[in-house]
Design a protein around this ligand. Structure first.
Ligand SMILES: O=C(CO)[C@H](O)[C@H](O)COP(=O)(O)O
Ligand SMILES: [Fe+2]
Length: 198
């Protein structure tokens, strides 16, 4: 709660909440109850990143908990269009995340339905990993695919973001930066948050 208040005061626009199930990724974090609890402490936009198998089973609970946007992994969805429709049916925003090894062209037939595309710049599962530079070219490729279709969803990048990598991805076309270690490991949280507003 204290940390959330700190980033809110520091000027963070959104709160990115990592949900891991110990199956889709080799790590376990929190579930809908904790999201509902932190909802009581913050008015920030809740950006819920689901790194879970069969996300459709828990989407209603995360909506109920107060999510403003839910992002699912393309790799975790057999029926991606159905899952995106489910999220949007609740009147909230829907995003799709791509692992570092997942190509951008797989979004071709779903791009028009999306409010956000998340390009993972680490393999999901842990904070504090090193930025994978291949993400930069991938963002450019994604921007091109979206531009060709006249689409303008948020382009989010998550993993190893700091002032240097953040600048590189923004120049490539990203407009939503997720940062964990860089912000919470900083002695001046406000300065760290503001340094990512390019
Ligand atoms: O989804 C994630 C990992 O799966 C995290 O959002 C991401 O790693 C942020 O942490 P850091 O900024 O420390 O890399
Ligand atoms: Fe994340």
């Amino acid at each position: 709660g204290e940390d959330i208040n700190k980033v809110e005061k520091a000027g963070a626009d959104w709160l990115h909440i990592d949900i891991m199930d110990g199956h889709f990724v080799p790590n376990l974090t929190i579930g809908p109850q904790v999201v509902a609890d932190i909802r009581k402490r913050s008015r920030l936009f809740f950006d819920v990143h689901l790194m879970i198998e069969k996300p459709e089973t828990l989407i209603p609970s995360f909506v109920e908990a107060g999510a403003d946007l839910i992002t699912v992994h393309l790799e975790a969805c057999v029926h991606l269009h159905r899952v995106i429709s489910l999220i949007k049916g609740y009147g909230i925003k829907a995003g799709v995340a791509l692992n570092p090894a997942t190509p951008v062209y797989l979004l071709n037939d779903i791009a028009s339905e999306l409010d956000l595309v998340l390009v993972m710049s680490v393999n999901p599962g842990f904070g504090g990993q090193t930025f994978i530079s291949g993400a930069v070219e991938k963002i450019k490729e994604l921007k091109q695919l979206l531009d060709n279709k006249g689409l303008n969803p948020f382009i989010q990048v998550d993993g190893g973001i700091n002032e240097t990598t953040g600048r590189r991805v923004v120049e490539a076309g990203a407009n939503v930066l997720v940062a964990g270690s860089y912000i919470f490991g900083s002695s001046d949280i406000e300065k760290a948050v503001q340094s990512l507003k390019f």
